[in-house]
Design a protein around this ligand. Structure first.
Ligand code: MSP
Length: 749
């Protein structure tokens, strides 16, 4: 059966270990925008997003939060769906069609069928696709991938573990028997694919990157783990001592979602869903390009399933220091903050306009605000409201005629208004064509730039013609009408083009223009000049993009983070000098993280709303992070016993304070650079500013907890914790120090 005009687009399925952030929102907005555009163009669309719910990282996050893995993933999925809905990405707002979850039974069935197909087949070089062997190497749980030595920061000494270069957290040593996929036999087939289908990987730079990666030689890849080490995963078919490696499991979701390999799913989504929509287009971040552009096609070749239409990789959102925004580092912009302070469409617009698709881009809360004010409030919003307000004021809310009669033409010409609108119409056609080309090439920023060029042009046209002056003379009434018609017609074109980018705002503009018809079903390539009918009564006019008060909003955002930081440092005074690391949740409770479960913190309300109660805890316990299980009897003054293994996990080192200064606008925080015997000094923040003068601390020997996950406080990353005694009722911190000579970096045991 041949189906015409279908379009299947996917985002990566996101790890369900922690709440989504702006990076996840971005990919989902890109896919949503493409879907809406294709729908306008008459395609039957299917848009998949979802969650990757297996593996060590999920199991660990669940354990940290005292949840079962299933509770953890259910919780994250609930939050993610709610967040996506807030940005218009859910089915109710015309967004995704499928929210895929890899823990669904049909996916187990489909993934198992896929494994069996691969296991039963042979590589292009005539060998078995899957074989058993021994694996020894490093594994990064947050990445979910095995790491080569080049992908790791080497350990400082033998007793330490190397760290993942992306997440800066220690990796796990894996040494076990398992199944391997013979990826190395697919090198020629893959190179041929890239050669014969130059558009398979986009943009071009990513294609080149993958070609040289594959040319460099592919290694067979481990596709299972021992059930005893990773139990939260799909069992390997016919060998339940092993579980399927999460990437092997996760990639298959793109086809199982459509019913491949499961009759039950096929019946649920319609028996021809797979034939109708596969092959799909994968939108991903460049961080997971190899898995999508090399491993996945090889898996599909091995299983005899058609290859995807294309793999399109975008760049990364970075913080102002140039590091990739991630939950683990605590430097990604939070969706809850974005949602609280900005219009959803303003965020969508920013994401698609600011990032040159394919390249990396720095971001913070302020640049989003600035773009919203300049491009939306002053740009598009102002054009719409001034035009419609004038139609209301001068023509009683009825669209005037574009025509200028013979006798009035000269007068019109004097104020820059031509007899016919041919010039404007041709320019708009050009804009439309460039816009369409931009979207088709995934150059969303360029598409928007083109539209904004048109806004500037029409703004100038209005300013030159000065309708408010024309309105004073009855003789110029036709000219006035022609000016406003031209402006309003241009806005109509723009509303249609901008719908995929800003659906709610485009709809609002459409309605204010008094247009019928469903903007989501009208094809922008069919736009014709003159589609706005004279005599149309325009709708209620109200501002589409209210201006954001920059000083006020930035101060509010600052304050929200400051309150968390202050609470974090206050909390720290009862446990140590640094508040930075007292969070209990899956992610560091950084200034920009959303799950700041700080004991006794005011953010408890926030934690409560974002985190379900821990299992077995009363609500109050869950909120404050108090112990859940009844504590065994312990001597007074000791909170609870830990084992020697627990203690061994804490790495403490002797250090020397090299520099110390106050953190602006944070009464309690000091910022140090500390030499702990490494190549570079570390930056550490401590909540002791009310008890120590920074200049008195330079040269001071201290004790640093050096293996705490880094987190951000007031925009500064704290890469460790300084130890201090907590003295007296008010918990005055007194820094731990040495009275004998100790080299920097010496470990405390
Ligand atoms: N679970 C895997 C994907 C499996 S797909 C079969 C995974 N999950 S993830 O939660 O880590 O999401 C990675 C994706 O999130 C990136 O490819 C990108 O789409 C998005 N982003 C996460 N952080 C990002 C930025 N800082 N910037 C841009 N996109 C980012 O990998």
């Amino acid at each position: 059966m041949v189906f015409m005009n279908s379009f299947y687009v996917t985002t990566p399925i996101y790890y369900a270990n922690s709440l989504p952030h702006m990076g996840h929102l971005y990919t989902t907005v890109v896919a949503d925008c493409l879907t809406r555009y294709k729908r306008q163009r008459g395609y039957e669309t299917c848009f998949l997003t979802g969650t990757d719910e297996h593996g060590l990282n999920i199991a660990r996050a669940a354990a940290r939060n005292e949840r079962t893995p299933q509770e953890q993933v259910d919780y994250i999925v609930g939050e993610m769906k709610e967040m996506f809905a807030a940005f218009g990405l859910d089915p109710e707002h015309g967004g995704y069609d499928i929210f895929m979850r890899t823990t669904e039974p049909f996916h187990y069935e489909g993934a198992s069928a896929f494994w069996r197909r691969v296991a039963a087949g042979q590589t292009p070089k005539g060998r078995e696709n899957i074989y058993k062997d021994f694996y020894e190497g490093w594994f990064c749980a947050p990445c979910g991938t095995f790491k080569t030595d080049e992908e790791l920061a080497p350990a400082a000494n033998d007793s330490e573990t190397p760290k993942c270069l992306i997440h800066e957290t220690p990796v796990d040593r894996v040494s076990e028997e398992g199944y391997f996929f013979r990826l190395s036999d697919y090198d020629e087939a893959l190179l041929e694919l890239y050669e014969s289908r130059p558009d398979f990987i986009r943009p071009e730079s990513r294609r080149n990157e993958i070609i040289s990666f594959v040319r460099g030689g592919l290694q067979d890849t481990s596709i299972s783990r021992l059930r005893s080490s990773v139990g939260w995963a799909i069992p390997v078919p016919d060998d339940s001592a092993h579980t399927v490696y999460i990437w092997f499991d996760a990639l298959i979701n793109y086809v199982t979602a459509l019913g491949w390999g499961s009759e039950a799913r096929s019946a649920e989504v319609g028996p021809e869903k797979f034939e109708r929509f596969w092959p799909g287009l994968h939108i991903i971040g460049k961080d997971i390009l190899r898995q999508h552009a090399a491993l996945w096609p090889a898996m599909l070749l091995a299983a005899g399933v058609e290859l995807p239409r294309a793999v399109v990789a975008h760049g990364m959102w970075l913080d102002q220091t140039g590091r990739k925004g991630s939950k683990t580092l605590g430097n990604a912009l939070e969706l809850s903050t974005l949602r609280r302070h900005y219009q959803p469409d303003a965020v969508r617009y920013f994401l698609l306009r600011e990032m040159a698709f394919g390249q990396d881009c720095k971001v913070d809360y302020e640049v989003i605000l600035e773009r919203a004010n300049s491009d939306l409030a002053s740009g598009l919003g102002n054009l719409v409201s001034r035009t419609l307000t004038m139609i209301r004021r001068y023509f009683d809310g009825v669209v005037p005629s574009p025509e200028i009669s013979e006798g009035r033409r000269l007068q019109a010409k004097r104020v820059g208004v031509g007899t016919d609108a041919q010039d404007l119409a041709s320019t708009l056609e050009l804009v439309r064509d460039q816009f369409v080309q931009g979207v088709e090439e995934f150059a969303f920023h360029r598409a928007l730039e083109t539209v904004w060029g048109m806004i500037a042009r029409v703004d100038k046209f209005i300013s030159d013609a000065k309708p408010w002056e024309l309105a004073k003379s009855e003789e110029q009434r036709e000219t006035l009408g022609a000016v406003l018609y031209r402006a309003a017609e241009t806005i109509r074109w723009m509303a249609l083009m901008l719908y995929p980018f800003m659906p709610e705002s485009a709809r609002a503009i459409w309605q204010q223009l008094g247009q019928d018809g469903d903007v989501q079903r009208l094809d922008p390539t069919q736009l014709q000049w003159g589609g706005l009918t004279e005599g149309t009564r325009i709708g209620e006019v109200s501002p589409i993009f209210p201006r954001i008060d920059k000083a006020k909003t930035m101060a509010e955002i600052e304050k929200e983070f400051a309150q968390r930081d202050e609470k974090a440092s206050a909390g720290a005074q009862s446990t140590g000098a640094d508040a930075a690391h007292s969070g209990t949740d899956a992610t560091p409770s950084g200034a920009h993280a959303t799950q700041a479960a700080v004991p006794g913190s005011e953010t408890a309300a926030e934690v409560k709303s974002e985190a379900p109660p821990m299992r077995g805890a009363t609500e109050a316990e869950a909120v404050t992070g108090a112990p859940v299980a009844p504590a065994p009897a312990v001597p007074e003054g000791i909170a609870t016993y830990i084992t020697i293994d627990d203690f061994a996990k804490v790495e403490m080192r002797a250090g020397e304070i090299l520099t110390a200064e106050r953190v602006p606008k944070a009464d309690k925080l000091l910022r140090f650079t500390v030499d702990v015997g490494e190549a570079q000094p570390r930056q550490i923040l401590a909540g002791i500013a009310q008890h120590y003068e920074p200049e008195n601390l330079i040269g001071r020997r201290i004790v640093v907890v050096s293996n705490l996950q880094p987190r951000k406080l007031r925009g500064f990353e704290s890469q460790g914790m300084v130890l201090a005694a907590s003295v007296g009722d008010e918990g005055r911190p007194v820094l731990a120090t040495f009275t004998e000579e100790v080299p920097n970096g010496a470990r405390l045991k």
